[in-house]
Design a protein around this ligand. Structure first.
Ligand SMILES: [Ca+2]
Ligand SMILES: [Ca+2]
Length: 113
């Protein structure tokens, strides 16, 4: 990684608020830089915190797997937080992303573990 951009959301910003972000290409140290612009969305959940207890840990991966095994119903987990990869559904892949982040192997979605 060559750059980390940190955004500060203004106090009182409502959930669901979005703003566009434009990144400008540049020349840095004689190298061309390619950027991708996008949006910043304000969410009311912590990504990966499937059981909504304020932390991302193995309990979140476990509750996803229990849901997928039909041991618990959808109302027992925060579906938006559980959809780690933003695929629109909760699958074993989401549990895997949580476990990889906890294990320190890969944190592709920037989970706060
Ligand atoms: Ca949790
Ligand atoms: Ca998913």
């Amino acid at each position: 990684m060559v750059l980390t951009a940190i955004f500060t959301i203004k106090a009182g910003t409502a959930t669901g608020t979005e703003t566009s972000v434009s990144l400008m290409g540049a020349q840095c140290n004689g190298k061309s830089v390619t950027t991708v612009s996008g949006t910043v969305s304000v969410n009311n959940f912590m990504l990966g915190d499937a059981n909504n207890d304020g932390v991302v840990n193995t309990g979140d991966a476990l509750i996803i797997l229990r849901y997928l095994a039909e041991r618990i119903t959808e109302d027992r987990l925060d579906m938006a937080a559980a959809d780690v990869n933003g695929s629109g559904g909760v699958t074993t892949a989401d549990a895997m992303y949580i476990m990889k982040a906890i294990a320190g192997l890969e944190n592709e979605y920037g989970l706060d573990v």
